[in-house]
Write a protein that binds this ligand. Structure first.
Ligand code: FE2
Ligand code: FE2
Length: 328
């Protein structure tokens, strides 16, 4: 098999594994459950397992059943342990929990499921793999290459974004554990947060599920953390970020044409009615959509808010994760 054929096998069985888990978990929960860590319909642990078992089956051709059994038991349990360790031990996002099972190691693997994997490994070699290979040989090799590269690229992007999101989230939460951080942020933000015009943003949807108020608060909080780390002007950062999207229409259905280019000016006008703005705060608001606004930000604080706003927006659309802990 050549490289893209292995990639195709990985992608294909990641999808099959996802279907199996959807059926298994949804049946248990009596409701649809989208299993796993990624957003798309694939579970890479199954793809990886299928890939390893295919390589093992190729190399163990002619070996006795006990030898194969030992190898399969070792690789499937090892894969489960490593995956459990990465998600629970490193990312603190456990995907399964064997704490109720007997004969387990650290809740990541247990004897009962290892025996299931062993049976599945043999079923894979003797039942699934031959069928897969006979169907696979009927496929167009160019289509296989394109499909394998595109879908694995999407899976990799999904993985990267999810990991980055979790790491950022953990860092944000860790920071929030400090009362000093929160009280410093709130001492700057409180008067603006309580202003009726800013409160009005809580009634406007911004990114799918998220209100414009929550988005502005998130951008302000994350920008504040960065600005403080870089010893920048935190007051201007927080105030500018809180007001950067101060407009009241549903931009998907109403408002001016070319909203992306024009709303910074509308926000600046609205913000001037809420408070007296410094030059820096005005720059933060008017340049937050750079490079759409062509003239680049003048102050480092404007760059921070522009960057954080872009990241938060991308995160909202890609991960669909609306739960962000910010001071309130
Ligand atoms: Fe904006
Ligand atoms: Fe924004």
């Amino acid at each position: 098999m050549k490289f893209t054929e292995y990639v195709f096998l990985f992608v294909f069985f990641s999808f099959i594994g996802w279907i199996l888990e959807v059926i298994f978990r949804s049946f248990q929960a009596k409701a649809f459950i989208n299993p796993g860590f990624l957003k798309g319909p694939y579970l890479p642990i199954y793809g990886t397992g299928a890939l390893i078992l295919t390589i093992c089956a190729t190399h163990l051709e002619g070996s006795s059943l006990p030898v194969k059994g030992l190898v399969y038991l070792f690789v499937t349990t090892g894969l489960e342990f490593i995956t459990g360790f990465i998600f629970d031990g490193c990312l603190h996002t456990p995907l399964w929990d064997y704490s109720e099972q007997r004969f387990r190691i650290k809740n990541y693997v247990c004897l009962q499921f290892s025996l299931y994997w062993l049976v599945l490994a043999f079923a894979f070699e003797y039942l699934v793999l031959p069928v897969y290979l006979s169907v696979f040989n009927l496929l167009n090799p160019v289509a296989v290459d394109i499909f394998a590269i595109v879908v694995s690229g999407v899976m990799f992007a999904d993985w990267t974004i999810r990991c980055a999101g979790i790491i950022l989230e953990k860092k944000g939460k860790r920071k929030l554990l400090s009362d000093d951080d929160e009280s410093e942020f709130m001492s700057i933000a409180k008067s603006l947060i309580d202003h009726p015009d800013v409160q009005k943003l809580a009634d406007v949807r911004h990114h799918h599920y998220k209100t414009r108020f929550d988005h502005s608060l998130e951008v302000a909080w994350r920008s504040f953390l960065i600005s403080r780390k870089l010893s920048l002007d935190c007051d201007a950062t927080v105030r500018g970020a809180l007001l950067h999207d101060l407009f009241f229409y549903d931009w998907l259905r109403e408002g001016p044409r070319l909203h992306g280019f024009r709303h910074p000016r509308i926000c600046l006008k609205n913000a001037r009615e809420v408070t007296v703005l410094s030059k820096k705060e005005e720059d933060i608001i008017i340049k937050h959509m750079w490079p759409l606004t062509i003239i680049p930000p003048l102050y480092p604080e404007s760059w921070v808010v522009c960057f954080v706003d872009t990241c938060c927006t991308m995160k909202d659309y890609v991960t669909g994760n609306g739960k962000v802990r910010v001071p309130k």
